[in-house]
Design a protein around this ligand. Sequence first.
Ligand code: SAM
Length: 177
Amino acid sequence: MTYEPQEDSYLLLEYVKQLAYGKVLDMGAGSGILAKQAVYSQQVEEVVAVDIDEQSIEELNRDDIKGLRAFQSNLFANITEKFDTIVFNPPYLPKDEKDEDIALDGGVKGYEVIEMFLKNAKKHLKPAGIILMVFSNRTGKKEIDKIIKREGYRFELLEKKSLDFFEELYVYKIVTK
Ligand SMILES: C[S@@+](CC[C@H](N)C(=O)[O-])C[C@H]1O[C@@H](n2cnc3c(N)ncnc32)[C@H](O)[C@@H]1O
């Protein structure tokens, strides 16, 4: 089922507007809210949108947007290209066995999908490329910071936003060292 844009989508959208440039990859595109924004940005040349979910891709392709190519991929499995900007609003919550949802389940701990993404993203980034990514305190900020360092990147915290007493979202700009 296609993910309806939520607070995380709208928060990341602001930074896609400001910072996405060149050739852009929208990883886990869902409804394509981020990819569609990127397509209309003057600094952006072309946009590729992928999702593991076939239905999301079918719906995106139905819109037939000029400058936007969409296809199914489990992270980078079907991607051979390199990008100036990769945007990712990942599944970032610890898996709920009773209510499984591929758009939300980031793995048992919550950060495993992000870890796999970061292991592979550097092979698909052009030399001055940037990653724009959102996640939550429920993902484990310390763990994400450690993975970023270990995989040879550095990050800048672009925004921290409290949603309620329990949840806080972070938007990171990540680059290779
Ligand atoms: C939180 S939703 C974000 C959707 C959209 N980008 C947005 O901001 O509204 C996460 C998306 O990642 C997709 N996804 C989950 N695991 C994936 C994987 N391994 N590879 C590619 N996409 C994945 C889900 O199907 C879902 O569309």
